[in-house]
Design a protein around this ligand. Structure first.
Ligand SMILES: [Zn+2]
Length: 269
């Protein structure tokens, strides 16, 4: 299950990752350009707590990541490989699959795959909170639930890096105003375009809506088909997995859940 780590846990995890990266960097840094070395140092500096005695101060003059980017784990930004390294990794996987990366049909494939990754994993660079920060307050006292149904998404399972895709349904009871409907779809994309589990993604969407819009309640339902189940393993196609998160009045009032589920189900073929 996904749980929002509190800041202490996060700091401890980050400090641990910092130590591991220190060791890794020591062994790797001979292969880095000056810029890369500098970037690694920035990442480490950002990851480590401010009071960390006994360590060399690497680049004290560079500011850590802005608060709004903190949802992207620092580990991701740290030590990001170059495009050439990423393309080389694709060539390795092509050889592992049993093909010849130098044959004509595959020669441009690593470049295309790496470019495609920029989009299908673009969620790591998206700031989901910021998407919901602009609300329309003039809704003439509208305080009933807002429900957006059938938001299509494409994601990749974090266990096999194989797609899973489906529909997200979101409802919330506005308190501060309503967001543009397309913004909810973009929040879904921000989390879908990462390596995911369906459960985590459902919780992350609910967390974001809850923390930014502070609604009286919020409900998120995702129904998805996992290609890793259809293509490999048990090989069952057409199986739909449903996950839900209920917050606020949706959590406390069963009739609100029924209303949400009825609305999601109605008008569907
Ligand atoms: Zn999988």
């Amino acid at each position: 299950m996904y749980a929002k780590p509190d800041s202490t846990t996060l700091k401890a995890r980050v400090a641990k990752a910092g130590d591991a990266m220190d060791a890794a960097l020591k062994s790797l840094s001979y292969g880095m350009s000056d810029d890369e070395r500098r970037m690694s140092a920035v990442g480490l500096q950002g990851m480590r707590g401010a009071n960390d005695p006994g360590r060399p101060d690497l680049t004290p003059d560079i500011a850590p990541l802005p608060e709004s980017a903190q949802r992207v784990p620092n580990e991701v930004a740290l030590g990001r490989p170059s495009r050439q390294e990423a393309e080389a990794a694709v060539r390795t996987l092509l050889r592992w699959a049993g093909d010849d990366p130098t044959r004509e049909g595959l020669i441009e494939t690593p470049a295309r795959v790496v470019k495609a990754y920029e989009q299908i994993f673009g969620g790591y660079r998206a700031d989901a909170d910021a998407l919901l920060e602009r609300v329309f307050e003039e809704v003439e006292g509208y305080s009933d639930a807002v429900l957006v149904r059938d938001i299509p998404f494409y994601s990749h399972c974090e266990h096999h890096m194989v797609p899973f895709m489906g529909l997200a349904h979101i409802a919330y009871y506005p308190t501060k105003g309503v967001v543009g409907l397309s913004k909810l779809a973009r929040v879904v994309d921000a989390f879908a375009r990462r390596l995911q589990t369906q459960e985590t993604m459902t919780a992350q969407i609910a967390d974001t809506i809850e923390s930014i819009l502070q609604p009286r309640g919020c409900a998120v339902m995702i129904e998805a088909e996992h290609l890793c189940m259809a293509m490999r393993g048990v090989q069952k196609a057409g199986v739909s997995t449903i996950t839900t998160q209920f917050r606020g009045v949706y959590k406390n009032d069963a009739s609100e859940q029924v209303r949400f589920l009825t609305f999601v189900r109605n008008q569907k073929g």
